[in-house]
Write a protein that binds this ligand. Sequence first.
Ligand code: RUB
Length: 322
Amino acid sequence: MLSLTAEKIKNMEIRGAGRIARAAVRALGEYSSTLPAGTLPEFREKMEEAASLLLSTRPTAVSLPNAVHAVMSVLRRDFSTLEEAREEFSRRCEAFIAASEQAVRRIGEIGAHHIRDGDVLLTHCNSEAALACMVEARKRGRDFSVFATEVRPRNQGLLTIRTLDDAGIPTNYIVDSAARTFMNEVDLVIVGADAISVNGAVVNKIGTSLIALAAHESRTRVMVAAETYKFAPRTILGEYIAIEERDPAEVLSPELAGSFSHVRVRNPAFDVTPAEYVDLIVTEAGAIPPQMAYIIIRDLLGWDIGDFTHGYPGNAGGGREK
Ligand code: RUB
C-alpha cells in the first residue's frame, strides 16, 4: 500500500496538491498499523523511512511535506508503549484527512461569495479547492460561466470540465494559448495552488503565471483557492520552491523527439506567479491578500525553527519569480 501510493503519486494517478496530501497521510496511517510489534525506536525509524519514500515522489506540492510533518510530529512525543504511539498516530492521520476535507468545503463557502451573477470565470488545471468555490456558487443559485483550459501536456482540464458539467455550470473549453484571447471577457480568474511562499508568490500548474500576467494586463481579478497547508514554511528561510520537471515524453513521443538532432524538450510542471498578480487567496481561515502569507505560516502552520532541522526537507520553497 505504501509503495503503491508512492508510485501512484509519482505517475500522477493520484494528483492535485490536496489529494496528494491526503493519500500520503492515509498511506502512512495504514502502514503504521501493519508494522509488526517491536520497540518504539524501531517503529519510529520505519515510519521515518516511509515518510521519506512518500516525500521523494513529487517535489513541488508543499501540501505533501506539510501533511507528512503534521502527522509525523506526533511520534516525537513520549509514549509508554508502541500500541499507544500507533493509536495516537492513527488518530492524527484521521484528523488530518477530516480537516483537509473540511478545509476544501470551507474554502468553497468563502470563495463562492466572490462569484457574482453574470460573472465569467477562467480556471486553469484541476483544483479541488478552486472547483469547490465554483460548485458552491452554483449551488447557491449564482448564474455564471467558466472558461476552462486544456492544460497541456497532461490535460487535467478534462477533469475540470467534467466537474463543471456535472454541476450544470456553462463552460467553454479552450486551448491554453487562447487564455489571452478571452481574457477581456473574463471577470475573475480562479486557480488552486501547489505552494504559496512567504512573499505571497503562488506556485501552480505551468501556465498559471502567463494567465495571471494576461489578467493583470487586462485588469482582471485573480483569486487563488488554497488550504493553509499549501503555504511553504521553509520559504521563511529564503529557500526556493523546487519546480518539478517531468518526462519529456509527456510532451513529445520519444520516436518523434528522437528524430531531431538539436531539439531538447523541456517539461516543467509548475510555475511561479508573483504576489502582485494575485488579488486574493481564499483559505479555510478566511480570504487574505497574498502579502499576508507570512502570518499564515507563522500563526497557523505551527512550525518552529526546530522543525526545519528535524527533517521533511521535501519542499524547500521560496517562490522565485525570475
Ligand atoms: C495540479 C495543480 C492544482 C493544484 C491545486 O497539478 O496544479 O492546481 O495542485 O489543486 P498536478 P487542489 O496535476 O500536476 O498535480 O486544489 O486540488 O489541491
